[in-house]
Design a protein around this ligand. Sequence first.
Ligand SMILES: [Fe+2]
Ligand SMILES: [Fe+2]
Length: 294
Amino acid sequence: MRLDLVPSRAVLIAQITDIHVGFAPDEQPEELNLTRFRATLARLLDGPNRPELLVLSGDITDHGDVQSFAKTAALLADCPIPILPLVGNHDSRAGLLSAFPQVMPAEGGFLHYAVEAPLGLRIICLDTLEEGRHGGAFCEARAAWLAAQLAEAPGQPTLIFMHHPPVGSGIDWMDPAPGEPWIERLYRVLKGQHQVQAIHCGHLHRPITTRFAGIPLGVTPSVAPLVAMDLTPIDKHAPDNRELITTEPPTYALHRWDGRSLVSHYERVGDWQVLARFTPALQPMIEGMFAERD
Ligand SMILES: [Fe+2]
Ligand SMILES: [Fe+2]
């Protein structure tokens, strides 16, 4: 698929993840997750930084049902930019296809695909769903598909999106077990693929950055409530009243590609106060910031 986009100096790829529509559909006046999604979309699309593309990196819904996908699609009906949706473990492929008919299932029914973005960037969206399983999956068929995609354009800067981070974070109850076979399989495909600029994931509901197979990897926090920041070991047999989920604000990412480097920004969506604006009073300060550059 080729996208008809011509950005002037950089392409902005927005990432929204883990919306979990349908977690509490009877909440009044509206489900909290829909409210958080509405606020995130408004900030993204009405704010100063209009992206050229929007990636939804999985757990779009909480139960994978068609009704929740339809609610999500309804909020996106006026979205003026192309949407690249991925499945998460809470989704279903059939549900995603019902809301986003632009996605064409690949051989084996997997919802993975590659997109040519502006300024020479290639975007590959992976499918790490095994229906009924919380953790990720990446079978031999998907590994062969990814290897073939990477072999098609070995010199082209490439950005990978996938729902499940193939790394441990230290938040034990959300992490994969060490050495899970799907992670080893993905590692073997990605090792030495120097054209891959970064891998961006969801699923964890918290921000992290690390490396995987030598490639920078980031997790964008959720739109739905976040996973609590607690890195202490957990005993699954001994409830210790620790925090698990919090109302930290929804967050989205903007990945900026200027043709040479990829920089990722994260903004928490909230009713923040503006403490300074670019007014004549602050013009000397701004001019001063440029003094060394001019
Ligand atoms: Fe999630
Ligand atoms: Fe997930």
